[in-house]
Design a protein around this ligand. Structure first.
Ligand code: 5GP
Ligand code: MN
Length: 332
């Protein structure tokens, strides 16, 4: 089924804004870049505004440096006066942080493309939501393929779009191993490779860029692992001083949670990170545990097996106790 209303909104408008969540990942940046390239190919004015800067390991996707970090004074009128705003890879206004009031006040049609749980249709004018999809990038791939089919097989996806979509899917599937990775994912990936992409090069751009400090941080993280409830819960805490002493920052923890989940007994893994603004909680679980329900107890959310929350101004020691206590009932 073709999403005709979204296609019409694209064709009949000129001013577009794209955004995604705070601390963007490969899926958010890849999805933004792919959709932006498509809109540009149609001659549209399109901008990408994000609350956070693009992590260094994803700047290779933004060849034209089109992504801008949101600046209220500079960008608010563009948001207020846009025709269409795409919100990608999050269904929560809270996660676009300071852009939220302007998006909500904007005259623009708000279109959501996302794969997270907890979506409220009343907040958007149009949407494509598929919580079974492993990545927003995969949903966008299908959207572009539908457009290609409806236009008699005309090519819509370009090599740079394919690169962005591949990266989105690679990163959100944990390099093709998480639960929602299926035959369709691999079929899509096989098609994307026909655009002349090289898996090793893309993997290297994203992941083979660690500093020695990051490995030392990982060492601390591994040393700090605590097990509870017969090893069903595995968690680790990183403090501000751990980042300072290893010359890293809170973005360096990407992928650490998979080490918790590599423990045979672990059913739930939690990474607790002390940041300047508060405590970041990152949850992972094995199939039957609803980590997102635990995240919700801290005003967060996400997917069943990967979720998170951010507790503004939270005290890390109190939270460690509270989170681990609340975790017990999800392990029954
Ligand atoms: P990560 O642990 O990699 O930061 O996030 C994993 C998933 O949890 C993300 O894809 C996102 O769905 C969700 N998530 C992370 N942080 C937050 C948060 O602060 N609030 C909400 N609602 N979801 C989050
Ligand atoms: Mn995603």
């Amino acid at each position: 089924m073709m999403n005709r209303d979204i296609v019409s909104l694209i064709n009949n408008n000129q001013e577009f804004i794209l955004t995604s969540h705070v601390n963007p990942d490969g899926d958010s940046i890849g999805s933004e870049i792919a959709l932006h390239l498509y809109l540009k190919s149609l001659g549209k004015n399109a901008g990408i505004l994000n609350y956070s800067p693009t992590p260094d390991n994803y700047t290779f996707l933004d060849k034209e440096r089109v992504i801008e970090q949101f600046d209220e004074a500079k960008h608010k009128d563009r948001i207020l006066n846009a025709d269409v705003i795409f919100i990608l890879d999050t269904n929560e206004f809270q996660r676009v942080r300071t852009l939220a009031p302007y998006i909500q006040a904007s005259k623009a049609k708000k279109i959501l493309i996302d794969h997270h749980l907890g979506f409220n249709p009343e907040l958007f004018d149009e949407y494509i939501v598929d919580t079974d999809s492993p990545a927003t990038g995969e949903m966008l791939y299908r959207f572009f393929k539908e457009i290609e089919a409806s236009e008699g097989g005309k090519k819509v996806i370009t090599r740079d779009m394919a690169l962005a979509l591949y990266t989105a899917i690679m990163t959100d599937t944990g390099s093709f191993k998480f639960n929602r990775t299926d035959e369709e994912t691999h079929t899509i990936i096989a098609d994307l490779l026909t655009y002349g992409l090289h898996p090793y090069d893309i993997y290297s751009e994203v992941y083979n860029n660690a500093t020695l400090g990051r490995l030392h941080l990982l060492g601390r993280f591994l040393n700090n692992i605590t097990l509870m409830y017969e090893g069903k819960l595995a968690y680790s805490v990183l403090l501000q001083k751990d980042f300072e002493e290893t010359s890293t920052d809170e973005y360096a923890i990407e992928g650490f949670s998979s080490h918790l989940m590599s423990l045979e007994t672990a059913e739930l893994g939690i990474v607790m990170t002390q940041t300047k603004r508060g405590v970041k909680l990152s949850f992972r679980s094995k199939d039957k545990v609803f980590s997102n329900e635990l995240a919700k107890e801290f005003e967060g959310g996400g997917h069943k097996n990967a979720s998170g929350a951010f507790v503004v101004g939270g005290d890390i020691l109190k939270l460690e106790k509270e989170v681990t206590e609340k975790a017990e009932k999800y392990l029954k």
